[in-house]
Design a protein around this ligand. Structure first.
Ligand SMILES: Nc1ncnc2c1ncn2[C@@H]1O[C@H](COP(=O)(O)OP(=O)(O)OP(=O)(O)O)[C@@H](O)[C@H]1O
Length: 324
């Protein structure tokens, strides 16, 4: 059974179509990345999973059943607009949320302490939320989302506002949840996190799905790039679309050995090219495929403007309640 399924979901706000005929599936136990630039429809989609807002059309299924706020114990959610009760103390906050999700106070306290230890916040368990830094409060909010080990964890822009050390800590926590059997969905503007964590990805642009699949499937959409050292003119090799020659190699004694940056024609398999070169006796010292970045793959799919280059979320929503 899939952890989450969207079938032909549509959601408008007045005359703005925020999510347009969106269908995708998240498999049970995978880490799934929700990618797209500002206003792509990520948060709107995640809020529909949580039943905070409802779709105009289409169907959502979570472990085979429709969204329902009463299922909050099954789903851990870190919203994009962070917010905790400012005057509550750190451990009390985690225990409060644990109990809301059906845990006993003792279990929530024990798990809360373990989380604070892992998050480097053990010394702050009695500190009021409003005395914490923004990043610290964010970690406490993450703790409230994971305290009961939900089977589905939904994190909206979880990395924003965290320094690199804490971003690493969050990556570890996502892997830990996955290793414990949870399905994790997170949205991000920043490719590197997705690259390190995601089994599969969804790329949204202007509310529409532009790609769904694995990282390798995304990369396979790009023409292959190679680094080749040869004495031949690399532009004449089979399947090559373009080839840029570097300077002659330092140890070259007039034989014409050069390093070339080669781009194959779309759909051409580097393995086939290598076989044909060997069969034809092309002199080769190196024939190496360059691994494309996810960023390159997505620029290829949606164009250069698909993502905010600084990776900074633009605050475009009202905050809820007493935000920390
Ligand atoms: N409650 C709302 N009322 C009106 N418009 C909304 C509302 N929520 C979202 N929108 C609009 O819907 C579109 C999609 O927004 P959404 O927040 O889902 O995008 P996002 O991909 O999460 O973007 P970001 O990365 O900037 O958070 C945007 O144009 C946004 O302004």
């Amino acid at each position: 059974m899939n952890a989450l399924e969207f079938t032909a979901i549509r959601k408008s706000f007045a005359d703005l179509l925020a999510v347009d005929d969106l269908s995708f599936q998240v498999r049970d136990g995978e880490v799934f990345g929700f990618l797209g630039g500002n206003g792509a429809g990520k948060t709107t989609s995640l809020r529909m999973v949580l039943d905070i807002i409802r779709p105009d059309k289409g169907e959502i299924s979570i472990f085979g059943r429709p969204p329902d706020r009463k299922r909050s114990g099954e789903i851990g959610f870190l919203p994009e607009e962070r917010g905790l009760y400012r005057t509550m103390k750190v451990l009390d906050t985690i225990v409060y949320y644990g109990q809301l999700k059906g845990m006993s106070a003792a279990d929530a306290r024990a798990e809360g302490r373990a989380l604070l230890e892992r998050f480097g916040l053990a010394a702050f368990e009695r500190t009021r939320i409003d005395k914490l830094s923004k990043g610290m409060a964010q970690k406490v909010q993450l703790a409230t989302a994971v305290v009961n080990k939900p089977r589905l964890l939904i994190l909206d822009e979880p990395f924003s506002g965290l320094d690199p050390l804490n971003q690493g800590l969050l990556e570890d926590e996502i892997r830990r949840a996955r290793d414990g059997g949870a399905t994790v969905i997170f949205s991000t503007h920043v490719m590197q996190h997705a690259e390190r964590l995601c089994d599969r990805l969804l790329l949204l642009a202007k509310g529409r799905k532009r790609f769904e699949g694995t990282q390798d499937e995304a990369r396979a959409l790009l023409p292959a790039r190679l680094s080749v050292i040869t004495r031949a003119d690399a532009a004449t090799l089979p399947g090559v679309q373009s080839a840029d020659a570097g300077a002659p190699l330092a140890d070259d004694e007039g034989d014409g050995w050069r390093e070339w940056e080669v781009k194959l024609a779309p759909g051409v398999d580097p393995g086939d090219v290598l076989e044909r070169c060997v069969a034809a006796g092309v002199p080769l010292r190196r024939f190496e495929q360059r691994r494309a970045s996810l960023h390159d793959a997505f620029v290829h799919i949606v164009g250069p403007s698909f993502i905010d280059p600084a990776g900074k979320p633009i605050p475009n929503k009202p905050s809820q309640g007493e935000a920390a």
